[in-house]
Design a protein around this ligand. Structure first.
Ligand code: TMP
Length: 210
């Protein structure tokens, strides 16, 4: 496909959506056509699935139901938004993609990673971001930032040890795929993180245009 697929990943409270927006604005200013989107979400059906997943009313949801629903939302997102944009040659920036499933449902919930891989094959046919920015912060700081924003959905309310496992999962993914996944320490200020993100993405675009 002609376009470029960028994802932001990380635990809660890393400022992913803010950084995704800052990057989208920067690239638009440079003349690129950019689609900014998120998971679970990006389409009408995926947003309905998101509500079901994150509602405090879904407390009894089984882990496998959760896994299937994240994948279902992703299929719809790919078909309706991501693939058409990449085929047009646009840059797609998504706040979360399948690395989140590996970190949350795999590393944190403890679902067998091979099962997650097989489902991912069905849902994405192995579509992967060309480059992933992993925003990293210690769990206590991340959760405190989230609380300050009054965010408290079903997953955000999991205990610290859950979020520690998510963080470790992301760090392992980055270690396994250093070419694709770039870790950025986001304990620094917004501007400093944005500059680090731009440096990585500009380097990537230069390589690609060579
Ligand atoms: P967010 O949009 O605020 O990051 O919320 C999405 C929540 O869903 C967040 O707690 C991470 C979680 N999540 C998963 O557990 N698995 C997934 O595959 C995705 C995309 C998100």
């Amino acid at each position: 496909m002609k376009g470029i697929f960028i994802s932001f990943e990380g635990i809660e409270g890393t400022g992913k959506s803010t950084q995704a927006k800052l990057l989208a604005d920067y690239l638009k200013e440079k003349g690129y056509r950019v689609i900014q989107t998120m998971e679970p979400g990006g389409t009408r059906i995926s947003m309905k699935i998101r509500e079901l997943l994150l509602s405090l009313d879904s407390r009894e949801m089984d882990n496998v139901t959760e896994l299937l629903l994240y994948n279902a939302a992703r299929v719809q997102h790919i078909k309706e938004v991501i693939e058409p944009a990449l085929e047009r040659g646009d840059i797609v920036i998504t706040d979360r993609f399948s690395d989140s499933t590996v970190a949350y449902q795999g590393f944190a919930r403890g679902i067998d990673l091979r099962l997650i891989e097989s489902l991912d094959m069905i849902a994405t046919s192995r579509l992967r971001p060309d480059i992933t920015i992993l925003l990293d912060i210690d769990v206590k700081t991340g959760l405190a930032r989230n609380r300050a924003l009054n965010k408290n959905d079903r997953l955000e309310l999991e205990d610290i040890s859950f979020h520690e496992k998510v963080r470790k999962g992301f760090i392992q993914i980055a270690a396994r795929e250093p070419e694709r996944v770039k870790l950025v320490d986001c304990s620094k200020g917004l501007d400093e993180v944005h500059r680090a993100v731009i440096e990585i993405i500009s380097g990537f675009l230069e390589e690609r245009n060579r």
